[in-house]
Design a protein around this ligand. Sequence first.
Ligand code: HEM
Length: 145
Amino acid sequence: MTLLYFLETLRRYPFGPFLNRKCKEDYVIKETGLLIEKGTPILIPIDGIHNDPEYYPDPEKFEPDRFMDGSKQNSMSCTYLPFGIGPRNCIGDRFGIICTKVGLTYFLKNFKVDRCDDTPVPLILNPKSPFIMPINGLKVAVRKI
Ligand code: HEM
């Protein structure tokens, strides 16, 4: 269950809005005829793909169950990219997942988290940040259980 919430959180809020690559050889996109020349810098829009209703119906909705069948986070899927993709993808993905599971489980066993008066609803992201992060932080009420 923790994993489904983790996966959905990284869909809605990946670390950054895009991955960057450089084109290794001239490439023509079949559908449009557009030529991408060798050496062209490429930005792959993670947040655009993660919010495309063709892949994620009702993308604004936080819905951990979308990951229930396990297919989306398949490494061959180009529609879920929180850890990047290909030979330069994140080498720490499994380690990151395990650390998050252990840390979250320990934290949630000991603390209860609630909205407070200062919790931004809806969450407003900082449009000037190179990372995906709330504009004024994310204040919540944390109580020891
Ligand atoms: C939730 C945790 C993490 C997230 C969301 C994350 C995300 C990413 C992303 C998006 C990339 C770029 C991949 C690409 O361009 O295709 C990356 C690269 C990388 N990550 Fe992570 N990462 C996480 C944890 C870690 C951890 C725990 C380590 C090391 C212990 C790590 C080490 C690296 C390294 C070395 C690269 C560069 C790989 C390369 O250029 O070949 N990451 N990560």
